[in-house]
Structures are given as structure tokens and as C-alpha cells.
Design a protein around this ligand. Structure first.
Ligand SMILES: [Zn+2]
Length: 654
């Protein structure tokens, strides 16, 4: 039945439109033949799109006017045909497909925060959930109406599937939930693979086409912009291109604005994406925009998305940091800057590109995930250089080992220091810290001494390449006249447990959860440099503080912060985000040397830094790493670095 040509059926009632379409749109003969497939099942034609588009926009305008929550008229980016690689729309699905990733979970509050951030980053669409599938998503769409800014609301997309078999579209509760979500745009997933239709959906091929058509048509008539996610499209196109195209045509004929080719199982190769995309454009240009949605099962999601854009798709779906089911979705943090900086694609978010690293870290932070340091463009190591030869070349020209300037995506270049690094790396770091206040001769002389010190400390178990802040401080501490903003004069930490019952501790933990009965208390005495605003003189104040905590390190961190806050209230925004302890010589059992690395973050500026310390006593290693972390915060964030004269240095040493 599918193969039977019914050109006459398609052509007869709308012969004039067809002629018009052929003469003005240069529609390919393929598309003409294609029409016959869908029209085997329905009397309307693809070419009625031209009339339908007009009717659709009128309906959309009427409905938009009546939509009380929409305070601003919506400028729908899909009202015009969009074609890459010169232009591309960015469709973010972090809050829908992204949250299907393992151990990714977002509360309704989290979703509202992320949607707001994505909107100010200027993505074109924010797919926020499937209102018909769970109450949390339905709650999101309801709260979004009053809690999201107008611009974010206008970009929201609700996700759903085509109507159920044998159920009228208006009676399908899942479709009704899409209508109730009260957002302007719907992304509807439909089956486009014949085997998936008959085996998984248990529908006939014809029934599936009718389900697609009636579902899209219903929502379009209500004024919604409908994008159609063609599930398993690339696989379906391989086994039965005619049927895959008939599914597309059913959607377009019903008024879909965008056909999104999905590589649902992630097994498609870039050249297959290229060929299929070009075929799709031939068939559907300029009736609707073609989009792409890739999964990363072969590590190809970014490559496939960019290939598709290069071949002509005008919309790319993906997630921030590539989160998503199994190995994840296409990572917008790689796609957007690649398109902007290497393909010269125009996207609405091009102007916000320098916020990309911040957006990536913000989403990780809200979703409580550790950032991927090796992530292209936005990872901490994306522009980090360790090889001495590289660093030497970079001194001459920063682009010698970087494909773009890190600042363009809001990241920064880092020179890593380790025993493997050459003196040039240390010279680079000295340049970063002291600029031109130290001449080349001085830098060269000091770099040798510092390199030797690095080698000595790494031999003891330090590891500097992950701890920029400690390298920075080591360089300052070995600089004559450096005055640290505070000093810890003494400290003590105690742990006591009133209910210790070692025999039954596992059982009691099982019953009482993981809450420990032990308490730790730390006392710390700190001498801080303060700037007297009246006399403009620097002086010292001593401050003794006591704090309780979950363990000795927690108690010490709290006591130290309490002692520093009166003089440096800005430290309030500094938080500890990671604490790692590594036993360096496990054979020495409890006397082993431990390395502690602590990661800090300033929630105001989103800057992160790491410190390292090594000691046979884990508490004192932790305290040293804590001190480094706060000292670095004062120097870097508050610009409190003091290189004082000799007299001041003498006073400090007393
Ligand atoms: Zn997906």
C-alpha cells in the first residue's frame, strides 16, 4: 500500500497550489513523489502548507492575545524557515532529556533556577518537562506562569507524545496536559521507525501516521508551535526511508514547524547524518525547519550535531554539559562555541558566549554534579598547559597551543606547575602573579629556585598541578616582603563521643541512619592584618574563636572562618566544595603520610580554586590546606596582596 503511487489523488484537488509551489519554491521531484505517501492516508497535501501556515499564524496570534500569562507578544523563531550552517536555533533539553541521566535529579525549584539562567544565556527554546508523565513537571509548568520572567516563559517548551492508538486526540489526557501546560511551544515525540511502530507501539503503520497527523493538527489549531521529535529517525530511515519520510510528511501536512531527526540510540555515524540531512532538506525545504537530536552512545553526539548543522539543519537539541540518558545527549557547551567560533554560525546566544563556562558550572552546581575538568571549552583543564615546550611557545603567542582564546567562552588559560614542567611554566606563572613589576632577569633567577622547591615538595607527596592556589601562595611566600593577610597562631581540635559503644556501632548506625553521635570542637587563634580607615594604617588584631562541627576538620573550618569574618566579611561567600584525602604510603598504616586537597568556590563570582597540603597528621594537613584556601581568597578575590617594606616585614615576624 505504501508503494502505490497516488499522485493523482494528491494533485487533483489542489493542482493550482502545486503548480504555484513548484514554480516558486523549486520543490524537488522527490518531494512531489513523496507527497503521495502521506496522501495515501489522508486527502490533504503537503502543499496546503502554504495556506495552512497563514491560517496557523492567525490562530496563534489570537490565542496568544488571550493567554493571560503572556505579557509580551511571542516572536517565534520558527515562524520562518531556518537553515544552517549560517543560522541555527538552540533548543535546550537539559530539564527534560538531561534529567533522564543517571543520578541527575532536579527539584521544581532547581528547574525554575536553571530555566531562568538558560533564558538569560539566550537559548531559543527551553524544554522543561513532560507534563503528562509526572506531577513534578506539571507543577513546574504551573509555577512557571507566575515565577519565571516573561522572556523565559516565552521560550518554554512542553514535551509529550502523539495521541494513543484508538483514542480521539481531544480525549487523550496526555495531550490535554500539553494544552494545560499553557506554553507556546510543544515538542511532540512520534515514532518514525516501522519496526518500533508495529512491535513497540503495537499499531499499524497507517495508524501511526494518523496518530501523528491528528495530534499535531489538534495542537496547531490551538495556536501552538509544534516541533516533532522523530524517534529512531536515522535507524528508521536506513531500514525504510519511504515510511520514515511518510511520518515526516504527516507531521508537516498537519502544520509542524520543525522536524527533528533523532538519533535515539546514538549509533549513527557523522557521514550518515550528513547524507540523511541533505535528503531531508531536499524534501522539506522550505516548508519547515529541520532539526537534530543526538545521543552520545558512540561518542559522536557533538560531531553528529555539527555535521547536521553544516549540512543544513536549522535547530539543534542538546543539554548543558551533555547530561542525559546512558552516555548523555549532545553537549551544547561544545556545540554552541564550535558553531560560533569555528563555523561562524549566527545564534541568538552568540553575544552571551563569554558566559558559557559560568552557565556550565551553574548547572552542575544546581544539579549537584562534579564538573568534568576535561570538558572542551568549559572544563578547568580546557586551556591548561603543562608541557614546558608548549608553555615556552605560548609565551610567544597564546594561540600556538590553543584553538581559541579562552576568554571568548569565559574560561581562562592556566599554566600547570609540576616536577615535569620546565622553568618556562614557572616564568609564566610569575608573569601571571607579578606582571611587569618583576623584570625578566629576576623571574629567570627565581624560577630555578622555585622549580627546585616544587621538585622537593612533590617528592614529599605534594601535587601542584591540581592546586593552582597553593602554587600561587608558594611563590608569594618566597617573595621578600610578602605579608600574608592573616596568620594562625595556634589551634586545637578535640573529638568526643558520649555514647560510644564500639561493639554495636554498625547496628546503631543502621538504626539511626548515618548520624554520628560524636562531636568535634576546635579552638583557633588568628592574627589578622586590618586597615584602619581613619588613620589608613595597617595594624594587627588577634581573634580567638571556638566552633563545633561534624568532625575536627569541619570544626576547624568553621572556627577559622568565624575568626576571619569580622575583618573580611566578603569571605562569607566562600564555600568548600570538595575535600579529598589520599594516603600516600599505605604500607605505613595509621602513620601514613596523607595528602589533602580542598576545592573552594566563591558563590558571588563563581570562581573556583584548589589547595594542597601534605602531613602525617591529617588534621594539620587539612588545616594548612584550609589556611591556603582562605589566604588565596583574600589575595585573589579581595586583591589583598601586600608586598610590604622591610620594616613592616620585621614587625610581622615578631
Ligand atoms: Zn533523547
Amino acid at each position: 500500500m505504501m508503494r502505490k503511487t497516488s499522485l493523482s489523488v494528491a494533485a487533483a484537488p489542489l493542482g493550482l497550489s502545486i503548480l504555484w509551489a513548484l514554480s516558486t519554491c523549486h520543490l524537488s521531484a522527490d518531494a512531489f513523489a513523496l507527497k503521495s505517501r502521506w496522501s495515501t492516508f489522508a486527502p490533504t497535501t503537503l502543499f496546503s502548507q502554504i495556506g495552512l501556515q497563514q491560517q496557523q499564524s492567525t490562530t496563534a496570534a489570537t490565542v496568544a492575545k488571550n493567554d493571560s500569562w503572556m505579557t509580551q507578544p511571542l516572536l517565534n523563531p520558527l515562524s520562518q524557515f531556518v537553515k544552517g550552517p549560517k543560522e541555527c536555533l538552540v533548543f535546550d533539553t537539559t530539564l527534560r532529556d538531561g534529567t533522564q541521566g543517571e543520578s541527575v535529579s532536579a527539584s521544581c525549584d532547581d528547574k525554575l533556577k536553571i530555566a531562568t539562567r538558560l533564558s538569560s544565556f539566550d537559548v531559543d527554546y527551553i524544554e522543561a518537562g513532560w507534563p503528562g508523565s509526572n506531577p513534578k513537571d506539571a507543577e513546574f509548568f504551573q509555577r512557571a506562569q507566575t515565577e519565571l520572567p516573561a522572556e523565559a516563559r516565552s521560550k518554554l517548551v512542553a514535551f509529550g507524545s502523539s495521541r494513543r492508538k484508538n483514542v480521539a486526540v481531544e480525549d487523550d489526557p496526555q495531550i490535554q496536559a500539553l494544552v494545560d501546560s499553557n506554553v507556546p511551544t510543544i515538542c511532540m515525540v512520534v515514532k518514525a521507525h516501522p519496526w518500533q511502530v508495529t512491535e513497540i507501539l503495537r499499531a499499524t503503520r497507517e495508524e501511526n501516521l494518523q496518530m501523528i497527523h491528528s495530534s499535531v493538527e489538534y495542537l496547531v489549531k490551538l495556536g501552538k508551535t509544534v516541533l516533532v521529535d522523530l524517534e529512531h529517525f536515522f535507524d528508521g530511515y536506513k531500514v525504510d526511508p519511504e515510511y520514515a519520510l511518510a511520518c515526516c510528511e504527516a507531521a508537516v501536512d498537519a502544520g509542524a514547524s520543525c522536524l527533528v531527526m533523532c538519533d535515539t540510540n546514538g549509533g549513527t555515524m557523522p557521514w550518515e547524518v550528513d547524507q540523511t540531512t541533505r535528503k531531508m532538506l531536499q524534501h522539506f525545504e522550505p516548508f519547515c525547519t529541520i532539526g537534530v537530536h543526538c545521543h552520545n552512545d558512540c561518542g559522536m553526539a557533538v560531531a553528529n550535531s555539527i555535521t547536521a548543522c553544516h549540512a543544513g539543519v536549522g535547530l539543534i537539541q542538546g543539554t548543558i554539559n551533555g547530561i542525559g540518558e546512558r552516555t548523555g545527549n549532545a553537549d551544547l557547551c561544545s556545540i554552541v562555541p564550535s558553531l560560533a567560533l569555528h563555523v561562524n554560525t549566527t545564534m541568538a546566544c552568540n553575544d552571551q558566549l563569554s558566559e558559557l563556562t559560568q552557565v556550565s558550572r551553574y548547572v552542575d552546581e544546581i544539579l549537584n554534579r562534579s564538573p568534568n575538568n576535561a570538558a572542551p571549552f568549559v572544563g578547568q583543564s580546557a586551556f591548561a598547559h603543562k608541557g614546558g615546550l608548549h608553555v615556552a611557545a605560548m609565551e610567544r603567542n597564546p594561540l600556538s597551543y590553543q584553538h581559541v582564546e579562552p576568554e571568548l567562552v569565559g574560561n581562562e588559560m592556566r599554566v600547570l606547575i609540576s616536577e615535569l614542567s620546565g622553568r618556562q611554566n614557572i616564568m609564566g606563572k610569575l608573569q601571571e602573579i607579578f606582571g611587569n613589576s618583576m623584570d625578566d632577569g629576576q623571574k629567570s633567577a627565581r624560577s630555578l629556585a622555585i622549580l627546585n622547591r616544587v621538585k622537593e615538595l612533590e617528592n614529599m607527596g605534594y601535587q601542584f598541578e591540581g592546586a593552582d592556589a597553593s602554587v600561587h601562595l608558594m611563590m608569594l611566600h618566597t617573595t621578600r616582603g610578602y605579608c600574608p593577610p592573616f596568620q594562625v597562631l595556634d589551634y586545637s581540635a578535640q573529638v568526643y563521643d558520649a555514647n560510644m559503644d564500639s561493639a554495636s556501632r554498625v547496628v546503631s548506625n543502621l538504626h539511626g541512619g548515618l548520624k554520628s553521635a560524636s562531636t568535634a570542637r576546635a579552638t583557633i587563634k588568628v592574627r589578622t592584618v586590618v586597615d584602619d580607615p581613619e588613620t589608613s594604617q595597617l595594624s594587627f588584631v588577634e581573634n580567638l574563636q571556638v566552633s563545633d562541627g561534624n568532625g575536627p576538620v569541619d570544626a576547624l573550618a568553621k572556627a577559622l572562618l568565624k575568626a576571619l569574618l569580622p575583618a573580611h566579611p566578603f569571605l562569607d561567600s566562600v564555600e568548600l566544595i570538595d575535600y579529598k584525602v589520599r594516603i600516600l604510603d599505605p604500607n605505613s598504616a595509621t602513620e601514613a603520610v596523607t595528602r589533602v586537597m580542598i576545592e573552594f568556590r566563591d558563590s558571588e563570582t563563581d570562581k573556583q580554586w584548589t589547595t594542597v597540603s601534605v602531613d602525617s597528621n591529617v588534621v594539620s594537613a587539612s588545616l594548612n590546606a584550609l589556611i591556603d584556601g582562605f589566604e588565596y581568597a583574600l589575595i585573589e578575590q579581595a586583591q589583598l596582596c601586600m608586598l610590604c617594606d622591610d620594616a613592616f616585614e620585621d614587625e610581622q615576624r615578631q
